[in-house]
Design a protein around this ligand. Structure first.
Ligand SMILES: Cc1cc2nc3c(=O)[nH]c(=O)nc-3n(C[C@H](O)[C@H](O)[C@H](O)COP(=O)(O)O)c2cc1C
Length: 197
């Protein structure tokens, strides 16, 4: 076979469902997801990040469940998680823990059948002074029951107290170091997802 006929195999396309724990328009965590989408499109073949909006979800209420089915907006959300190969959580810390919107979304997708099960996951956080460490560990704790499998390293905790230069006024990531660290997390998530298969 001629050397120039050898081609590099195209990597399997892995879908990442990205959830943001903040509903704020200029959310820095939402900015991290936008940045992750760009990084994958530009420089990580085989990994595609899709932002999954959790704002339309109603509060969890099992009265809304009818014969094992869920409201259409919840069904659509659960289907997105089911179809994903892995998960990216980008969430602030609220009162030392997971934000309520994110916990609500996690709970809906945990209802039977638990659509989180056996998926790889990664967490990034932009929060106040803490950078979101405690919220990340609470997400990991919840993930134990849900059978999520988190990458351990690298970690990304962003203490986003102004004034700082990681984000612009619209909440876009402008810091090259954060972009590079986010890329390393995405590469780690990709490798771990492939190992789990
Ligand atoms: C209700 C509430 C509780 C918060 N509690 C914490 C906290 O415990 N630790 C912390 O570091 N930041 C805390 N913060 C600050 C947010 O994490 C911070 O503003 C973060 O950047 C918001 O993320 P966003 O830009 O994606 O909206 C809290 C904010 C709110 C609104």
């Amino acid at each position: 076979m001629a050397a120039n006929s050898i081609t590099t195999p195209t990597p399997a396309l892995l879908k990442v469902a990205a959830l943001c724990g903040s509903l704020r328009r200029a959310s820095r965590n939402r900015a991290l997801i936008r940045c992750a989408i760009e990084i994958c499109n530009e420089s990580i073949p085989g990994l595609k990040v899709e932002f999954i909006d959790i704002e339309p979800l109603p509060f969890v209420n099992t009265d809304l469940e009818k014969d094992g089915t869920y409201p259409p907006v919840v069904e659509a959300f659960r289907q997105k998680i089911l179809e994903a190969d892995c998960i990216l959580f980008a969430s602030p810390e609220y009162n030392y823990s997971v934000s309520a919107p994110l916990k609500n979304a996690i709970d809906w997708a945990s209802r039977p059948p638990n659509v989180w099960a056996d998926k790889a996951a990664a967490i990034v956080s932009a929060a106040g002074g803490s950078g979101g460490k405690r919220s990340q560990y609470h997400i990991r704790q919840i993930g134990v029951f849900l059978d999520l499998h988190f990458i351990n390293k690298p970690e990304l905790f962003i203490a986003a107290k102004p004034p700082q230069s990681f984000f612009d006024n619209d909440g876009n990531v402008i810091d090259p170091d954060i972009k590079e660290r986010l890329k390393k997390i995405l590469l780690s998530l990709q490798a771990f997802t492939l190992r789990l298969r």
